[in-house]
Design a protein around this ligand. Structure first.
Ligand code: ADP
Length: 398
């Protein structure tokens, strides 16, 4: 075990996720999830040594209260003095940050500047960051941006075909998301396949509740499907992904909906949930599809078809494809979605190894195409917390 541990924090507007990691082994010694922050019944759940318990945050139901409670718990486990640095997930670093960075006043001002690009997330990250600075006095803090990995995209990949001044004046462009996961998975894929990352052309699909895909070649991100916001790209749990922007005027004129209602519908009521009318959860959709539910069957087919179309288009960005990589809850567990996607991509020379595909689940990595397949399809479990811990340790010299 490393003699200094890393605390990783991921703050949402009403939640705080934390994990204490050994940066060498990747072992999680303690984790927590605070929920319902800023409501009177806020609470925090701790997990350590296989045991779980919940504490009320009613007396101090905000991000600071959650970090205070975490400090108390760390003391109880004798872990507080072993923490050497804190790593924070930050959703948007805009064009300001292409790498993780040690926090100082300028960095806090930079995260504030990026609030228009992540109006729900960045303010919450700042609350968590300020609470950590205050409560874990003297410890260095590092921020790791979801957008940073995508900053290498060429101009023709990140520029939208709209009047150029909208980019220069307002920063309207593609930023992408899930960058920390892509960075981790790209490294792991090269390691797992025994290939040099610089010469491996990868298309990586991060498929969780939010889903996106990225083209990686020469060790860099060349393009990605999420855009100014996470709404663009693939079909997701509750998000539509790509859609004709005229849907706004169409629904305003025909369904009497306003911009807020339409944006909400596209973000929260669409995707797998909208198509199936059942659920945003892929596992539930698969179960119901298996029982013959037509909406669930259609949702799965659209999800896989749109994903396959994107794999082909991302292969343009990576200048060809050596490895198609699946990660995230769906990518790591759904052999059905993977099988459908590989089926659609037969024309690129992918052939599934059904047994290997079945075996690569529940945290198992694996190559899921046959030895003859021209392109390898691979399952690689992601670990964003560990990537944040690695960056934090490296930048603080631990
Ligand atoms: P988040 O984006 O919230 O981090 P996850 O990466 O945890 O999401 O992925 C959640 C998704 O993974 C859900 O749609 C869930 O149904 C799906 N999933 C998890 N296990 C399985 C499984 N065994 N089969 C199919 N889908 C699964």
């Amino acid at each position: 075990m490393s003699n200094k541990l890393i605390l990783v924090l991921n703050c949402g507007s009403s939640s705080l996720k934390g994990a204490v990691l050994d940066n060498d082994s990747g072992e999680v010694l303690l984790s927590c999830l605070a929920e319902k922050l800023n409501l009177p019944d806020a609470f925090i759940t701790f997990k350590a040594n296989g045991e779980k318990h919940t504490t009320s945050l009613a007396e101090h139901p905000d991000h600071t209260g959650a970090v205070e409670a975490l400090m108390v718990e760390l003391r109880a486990h004798g872990l507080d003095s072993k923490i050497g640095a804190i790593g924070h997930r930050v959703v948007s670093g805009g064009e300001l940050y292409s790498e993780s960075i040690v926090v100082d006043d300028d960095v806090i001002a930079g995260i504030e500047k990026c609030i228009p690009l992540a109006p729900l997330h960045n303010p919450a990250h700042l609350l968590g960051l300020r609470a950590a600075i205050d409560i874990f006095k003297g410890l260095p803090n590092v921020v790791v941006f979801d957008t940073a990995f995508h900053q290498t995209m060429p101009e023709h990949a990140y520029t939208y075909a709209v009047p150029h001044e909208l980019y220069t004046k307002y920063g309207l462009r593609r930023y992408g998301a899930h960058g920390t996961s892509y960075r981790f998975v790209a490294d792991e894929t090269a390691r797992f396949l025994g290939e040099d990352k610089q010469s491996l052309r990868m298309v990586i699909a991060h498929l969780g509740n939010g889903a996106s895909i990225a083209a990686v070649s020469e060790g860099k991100c060349q393009d990605t499907s999420m855009g100014l916001t996470p709404l663009e790209g693939l079909v997701m749990g509750t998000r539509s992904g790509d859609i004709d922007p005229s849907v706004f005027s169409f629904l305003a004129q025909n369904a009497n909906m306003n911009i807020t209602q339409i944006t909400d519908m596209l973000n929260k009521k669409s995707g797998l949930l909208g198509i199936s009318g059942l659920s945003n959860d892929c596992r539930t959709i698969e179960e119901e599809a298996g029982k013959g539910h037509k909406g669930a069957q259609l949702a799965l087919e659209i999800f896989a078809y749109r994903l396959a179309k994107y794999v082909a288009s991302m292969s343009v960005a990576s200048g060809g494809i050596d490895a198609l990589v699946f990660t995230g809850g769906i990518g790591e567990n759904s052999n059905l979605i993977r099988s459908k996607v590989i089926g659609y991509l037969g024309f690129l020379g992918l052939t599934e190894d059904a047994k290997a595909n079945e075996d690569a689940r529940f945290g198992n990595a694996g190559v899921i195409t046959t030895a003859e397949s021209k392109v390898k399809a691979v399952v690689i479990p992601t670990n964003e917390e560990l990537m944040i811990a690695h960056d934090t340790a490296r930048l603080t010299g631990l």
